[in-house]
Design a protein around this ligand. Sequence first.
Ligand SMILES: NC(=O)c1ccc[n+]([C@@H]2O[C@H](COP(=O)([O-])OP(=O)(O)OC[C@H]3O[C@@H](n4cnc5c(N)ncnc54)[C@H](OP(=O)(O)O)[C@@H]3O)[C@@H](O)[C@H]2O)c1
Length: 248
Amino acid sequence: MHNPFSLEGKIILVTGASSGIGRGIAAACADMGARLVITGRNETRLDETFQSLSGTGHTVIAADLSTQEGIDKIANNTPTLNGCAFCAGIAKLSQVKFITRDILEEIVNINEISPILLTAQLLKKKKFLKQSSLIYIASLSGVYKSKPGEGMYAASKGAISGFVKDAALELAPQNIRVNAICPAFIQTEMTKMFDDMIWEVEHPEDIYPLKRLGTTSDIANGAIYLLSDASSWVTGINLLIDGGYCIA
Ligand SMILES: NC(=O)c1ccc[n+]([C@@H]2O[C@H](COP(=O)([O-])OP(=O)(O)OC[C@H]3O[C@@H](n4cnc5c(N)ncnc54)[C@H](OP(=O)(O)O)[C@@H]3O)[C@@H](O)[C@H]2O)c1
């Protein structure tokens, strides 16, 4: 039986694949039959992801997305793609009055500038086949909600939520789809710094109407939908995956 969610025969690039959500998306895409091109900076953790992938034909490109050299390295070495999941990102908190240019530029550089410039390079080098699907991990913080201290992060993620709408329009004539996923809190390396804040609530799962915390698999399942032909009439959206948090 035809499975519209299958990624069989597709080649998918995943940034931020050395950890957390990117690693979860890479593993889930491989389980659904895709060949992966995985990238990140930390070669040891990247290799751990690589070793864990099911199937064959996967490749690794270690690169730092904060530099133009790193962006060029990925764009030059990646094969022709059917999809890309832009997951690399960082989070830092600061009250608005303590925001500095250095830290703001660091966050915006990784979360906003690097995925946009990598997209531009991949398009210029004609690395996306027709009917490709591009997904960007934005955040609940941005267009949906925010918390005190998240201003810089929310600004960088809100920018991506806006970017996908224009890119979706521009690329629709080539049948290339562009969408964002906006996850609520998912426990990863990144969110360890928020642990004290989150876990001061006795039952953190009660924050969510669905009464459990989100996992990287919840986000990976959304990614499979958007990367597969199951979503072939979906473009320009910000897919909220939040256990009902925003309606509570
Ligand atoms: N966890 C959440 O609650 C949550 C919620 C909403 C959105 N998000 C977004 O989801 C994405 C993944 O986050 P995560 O929670 O999975 O965090 P994570 O476990 O810390 O993973 C972050 C990934 O980004 C990569 N990365 C960071 N800086 C990089 C750079 N300069 N060059 C190349 N790669 C770089 C890291 O690779 P190396 O370590 O190898 O450099 C790592 O693979 C991020 O965009 C984040 O903003 C997360």
